[in-house]
Design a protein around this ligand. Structure first.
Ligand code: MV4
Length: 440
């Protein structure tokens, strides 16, 4: 197995990976921009390397600087965390060509799944339900034929997009061609790839994702996460399991996810994203080939250290978890962000006073500390507050109690927004979809 892991990331996920390294007896190397010299991941790692100035392009996205940092420290593996270069197949390839272990999927799998049309094809071939849709649309005629077959409304998506960027909804035939042209030019500008395709638009879906692990031979599905509470494609609250699935539907969903993961020869941890429509039909939309922010709710209910599993799989170990694991109880995660409660704009600055919650059933993953200065250059996630209990009501009571113990002074946070959601009868009753926050 590799002995020294360079973490190509910052913030809470860098700490999360450093902790897994410690638990496994591996050495860790932190990289940081000049803005992060005082960051906790830098202090907690065994070694540190400054890789550039504050902007991500020149530091956390700077491939030559990252590879050099691995070289000078003698790191023999790289963990990308989430965001930054985590789903960049070129980076994964460079890492491997330099003789380092990439703690992630094979680059060709990252490429297939990073392209939404080839991902749909791969999933369809594996027998997973995908939203009725098209291959890449080349001509206006193809788009017109597609809406005759699929019906309206449809959604135009960029095959190089993802995470909700660059999508257009068409609900009238006369808007089809102008929206198509607009989508193409936005896709070209945003992803350097003008290719777009169509899907039937599902109006009020739930967003449910399945945690999967594979060793190249076999695969397992470690339950689902309900991720519908989001705003502008930024998740705010995630929970496991989802209240929307009955046992029969869950078995179907997890079986499809496990089969697909094995079919693509997947060899790490990952997530299959699905939309659940009003008839409780599920449809694959995207695969995330990385560890996710919300992996913690799965860890809580399954008692599995997913980052540890990810590292063991990267070292070539076979899957050792039982094929059929059952979740214990319920877990809810709140993402505490540094943001203005009215404008939702990021709110960087110095934390003048801090109290983090604790007690039974509570986990807090965070990189912040009293007097820490939240830099303006990176995403606004401050902390993840995860509550676990025997059932959803216990987890809800615990997460509310923990939220009331949170003190973050000096910067603005979304704690009040969380309070509003957690006291809303429809959230408490499990009656919500991806549009819940717009109506709040
Ligand atoms: C959709 C959809 C409705 N119908 N696809 C947004 C993020 C990206 N992963 C896919 N997204 C959507 N795809 C079809 N055919 C609605 C969304 C969507 C959404 C999905 C998950 C979570 C939040 C969302 C918010 C708005 C739109």
């Amino acid at each position: 197995m590799f002995k020294k892991v360079l973490i190509a990331n910052r913030g809470e996920i860098a700490l999360r990976v450093i902790r897994a390294c410690r638990d496994l007896g591996l050495r860790s190397v932190a990289v940081h921009s000049t803005a992060d010299a005082d960051a906790l991941h830098v202090r907690f790692a065994d070694e540190k390397v400054c890789i550039g100035p504050p902007p991500s392009r020149q530091s956390y996205l700077n491939i030559p600087a990252l590879i050099s940092a691995a070289e000078v420290t003698g790191a023999d593996a790289i963990h990308p965390g989430y965001g930054f270069l985590a789903e960049n197949a070129e980076f994964a390839e460079v890492v491997q060509k330099c003789g380092l272990t990439w703690i992630g999927p094979q680059p060709h799998v990252m490429r297939t799944m990073g392209d939404k049309v080839s991902a749909r094809q791969a999933m369809e071939a594996a027998g997973v339900p995908v939203v009725p849709g098209t291959p890449i649309i080349e001509t206006d005629r193809q788009a017109e034929e597609a809406i005759e077959r699929i019906g309206l409304p449809v959604i135009i998506k960029a095959t190089g997009g993802g995470g909700g960027r660059g999508m257009k909804i068409v609900d009238e035939p006369r808007r089809l061609l102008t929206q198509l042209a607009a989508a193409r030019s936005e896709a070209q500008a945003g992803f350097n790839n003008p290719a777009v395709y169509l899907e039937r638009y599902i109006g009020r879906p739930r967003h449910i994702e399945v945690q999967v692990l594979g060793d190249g031979q076999s695969a397992i599905a470690l339950g689902e996460r309900e991720c519908s509470i989001q705003r502008r494609h930024q998740k705010l609250i995630e929970e496991a399991p989802s209240v929307a699935l009955d046992d029969a539907r869950r078995v179907e969903l997890l079986r499809a996810a496990r089969k697909a993961t094995a079919a693509i020869g997947y060899r790490t941890v990952g997530t299959l994203e699905f939309l659940l429509d009003e008839n409780k039909q599920f449809f694959f939309i995207e695969m995330n080939t990385r560890i996710q922010v919300e992996h913690t709710v799965t860890e809580a209910v399954f008692g599995v250290d997913l980052v540890r599993e990810q590292m063991r799989l990267a070292a070539g170990d076979p899957l050792h978890l039982p094929a059929e694991m059952r979740p214990r109880g319920h877990a809810i995660e709140l993402r505490i962000n540094a943001e203005d409660p009215v404008t939702f704009a990021p709110s960087p600055g110095t934390i003048t006073a801090l109290n983090l919650p604790g007690g039974i059933g509570i986990r807090v993953d965070t990189h912040i500390y009293a007097h820490y200065r939240v830099p303006p250059f990176y995403d606004s996630l401050l902390a993840k507050l995860i509550a676990h209990g025997d059932n959803r009501n216990v987890a809800l009571a615990r997460v509310r109690r923990a939220l009331d113990e949170v003190v973050v002074e000096g910067i603005k946070t979304n704690c009040d927004l969380h309070r509003r959601v957690l006291s809303h009868p429809d959230f408490i009753g499990g009656r919500f979809d991806t549009h819940f926050l717009e109506r709040l």
